[in-house]
Write a protein that binds this ligand. Sequence first.
Ligand code: CIZ
Length: 315
Amino acid sequence: MPYSEENDKKYRQELEKEIARLKKEKNAIILAHNYQREEIQDIADIVGDSLQLARAATKVDADIIEFCGVRFMAESASILNPDKKVLLPVKEAGCPLADMISPEKLKALKAQHPDAACVCYVNSSAEVKAESDVACTSSNAIEVVRSLPNKRIIFVPDENLAKYVQSQVPEKEIIMWKGFCPTHIRLSEEEVIQAKKEHPKALFLAHPECKPEVLKLADQVCSTGGMFKYARASKAKEFIIGTESGMLYRLKKENPDKNFYLPSEHLVCANMKLTTLGWIAHSLELEVNEIRVPEEIRVKAKKSLDRMLEITYGK
Ligand code: CIZ
């Protein structure tokens, strides 16, 4: 088939039909992270952040969960849903931030600070979650840290999120790890100042994985879930969005009368963009790239996720 826009559209429609057929045949559900490509968000049963998706997965009656995101997210879904088959469309879709700390390094850090509680951001491996007292997301990190009785808290692996939490919870002493998200770290102060000049009426919403000097310019610091809530509730009509580019699609879809701007062309997560319709059809058909966590690690990692859910939702 020669390339043309029309053929490209036909090819996409055929893939969508094939995915719908496979979903029905295999009793599968498609979960997509907020940072996924538009066409993936369009075919997903649920779009959300990693925690919303992992929790949603516990409530659906499906045999297969096709998790369109990166590895640690599929791991969390598998940890919370051990009876379901969790598939990651592209096995190389990882998270460089999660890879910045190993369980061995975390054990050594804990040995240096035996009085400290250990909090891990969900962007971490199952092994690191298993070594932690409690997990957190960017939406509940402050609440989780505040809830702990310890004065000193080890917080891994994202240093910018740790610094933000420290600024909001000064009564605690946070021991940080020098991890970072290679996408969020690229957003510069200059780019935000320029975007504000171009859109003087826009509010700037920033993700806490951004650098502190960028967060200082924010009207609101929030997680992806927080950005949806804020944009919906705000009277403002324009927003500069300081997080991954995939967010703009759903923000605009849910708020057609409002405008959303990306302050930098660098806010694209290469790992998130690896997932395509073709890879979804491939992994569903062959049931490849299953994500399963060894039971001993799964049980320990589940404790840190369950503790976070208890702090956040009270159950
Ligand atoms: O937890 C998530 O899904 C991530 C990576 C970010 C966020 O703020 O939702």
